[in-house]
Design a protein around this ligand. Structure first.
Ligand code: DP6
Length: 319
């Protein structure tokens, strides 16, 4: 009647931006991500027949604003005719700040809900259900290098490489820890409706995915970095060309990009990516990790640098 699951966020190197079906939250494009190891969300779901409605606490504080989305996700897994639950979520990193907190939260939530209700749903199916709550969450069901494919009428996740197959390091340079003003989901709908670059973005995604897939299979960091930076900046061009425009960067985000360019010029194997927030994520070899970390920490406006390796998929920690 009670289960706890852990999931780690993932960072996309080929991004998801845009929905082909808003009702079922199906993405308009495939994507490729790396699941992190050190950042996590722990989610406990407890069936409580004494409760009239679901209750949610986030980092030990009752949270009503996220409750509807969480209850909805539980309904998707356990059905609407279910007893109420007590849900507690705890993350060791800032939430809603462009560090993919919804990915780890909903990945952990579907796994914990499945176990609490004893539903025994397959991992593929759980990924698809997590994706209905948040597209990027589907990718955190698996560890390592994960591709999300658009199936005929659904999504499918595939592991391209395991966590240990290519032990890269990821630095998250925090430039502003506060919550972002607009959710990714709402922002990408504005892009779909208004950006003059949106159709080109969709059109070119298959080629970007193929290039990244090949680079990952060859474990070629420079090749992966070139396509990942291109794909990231293209996504931000779609955001910038939306009406109203969406600019998630601040001056420290740009300073971090310059830091990465300086490191690359010195032969350091590193590339950057940025999501719907002002934090910059740098991906590098383990050998270059301390150099990259020091350079980002010394960049003006960086508040903190979080470091992570590549980790495993969502899993139950007790039932
Ligand atoms: C920029 O998964 O948060 O991080 O499906 O509406 O919940 P919803 O969107 P979400 O969007 C992630 C957008 C991104 C790119 C990515 O992770 O692929």
């Amino acid at each position: 009647m009670r289960a706890t699951a852990i999931a780690q966020p993932n960072i996309a190197v080929i991004k998801y931006w845009g929905k082909r079906d808003v009702e079922r939250n199906l993405p308009a494009v495939g994507s490729i991500s790396l699941t992190l190891s050190t950042l996590y969300t722990e989610m406990q779901v407890e069936i409580d027949t004494a409760l009239a409605d679901d209750v949610l606490s986030v980092n030990a504080v009752e949270n009503r604003s996220l409750l509807a989305r969480v209850s909805n996700c539980i309904n998707i897994v356990a059905g609407v005719d279910r007893p109420a639950v007590r849900v507690s979520s705890r993350s060791n990193f800032p939430i809603a700040a462009g560090i993919a907190s919804s990915a780890s939260a909903f990945a952990a939530l579907v796994v914990a809900t499945d176990a609490a209700f004893g539903s025994s749903i397959s991992r593929d199916r759980l990924a698809s259900l997590a994706g209905r709550a948040s597209g990027s969450a589907a990718r955190s069901l698996l560890g390592g290098f994960v591709e999300l494919d658009n199936d005929a009428d659904d999504i499918r996740i595939n592991k391209l490489l395991g966590a240990a197959d290519w032990p890269l390091e990821i630095m998250v340079a925090i430039t502003a820890p506060g919550p972002k003003p607009l959710s990714s989901g709402d922002a990408m709908e504005i892009s779909r409706r208004t950006s003059c670059f949106y159709d080109r973005w969709i059109e070119q995604q298959a080629a970007d995915l193929a290039e990244a897939r090949a680079a990952i299979r060859q474990r070629d960091l420079q090749r992966l970095g070139a396509i990942a930076e291109h794909n990231c900046l293209k996504m931000h061009s779609v955001m910038w060309s939306s009406r109203p425009p969406m600019i998630y960067w601040n001056s420290a985000t740009i300073a971090c990009m310059q830091t990465i360019r300086e490191l690359q010029a010195k032969g350091v194997e590193v590339f950057f990516t940025i999501d719907a927030g002002p934090q910059l994520k740098a991906i590098c070899t383990a050998a270059d990790a301390s150099t990259v970390r020091a350079a980002l920490s010394a960049t003006e406006g960086v508040v903190e640098v979080m470091q992570s390796g590549i980790g495993e998929g969502a899993r139950l920690v007790n039932a």
